[in-house]
Design a protein. Structure first.
Length: 92
């Protein structure tokens, strides 16, 4: 598996801020989000989301954020032919 890389930027009693970098074809591996979170795309493009309910593709736009509740379980895969990056802000 070509793994996405994470760079921890901030962690304190309220938030965890991580930059995620995905080379073409890179993936996070299956994981479950323990906290509510916000994603801020730094790159526009398509990410494939693989979960128990199936496979979907998300079209993301640079700078257009979205939020999800804790408990999301999925694998995230970069299907672009270029590096994809986003900032993830987890709320404790």
């Amino acid at each position: 598996m070509n793994s996405a890389t994470s760079i921890l930027q901030v962690e304190n009693e309220r938030v965890i801020v991580t930059e995620w970098r995905f080379s073409p074809g890179a993936e996070t591996g299956h994981h479950v989000h323990a906290h509510d979170y916000v994603v801020v795309p730094l790159t526009g493009g398509t990410l494939r989301l693989v979960s128990a309910s199936g496979v979907t593709e998300a079209q993301l736009e640079s700078g257009v954020s979205y939020a999800r509740k804790a408990g999301v379980a999925h694998n995230v895969i970069n299907v672009n032919d270029y590096e994809f990056r986003f900032i993830e802000i987890e709320l404790k």
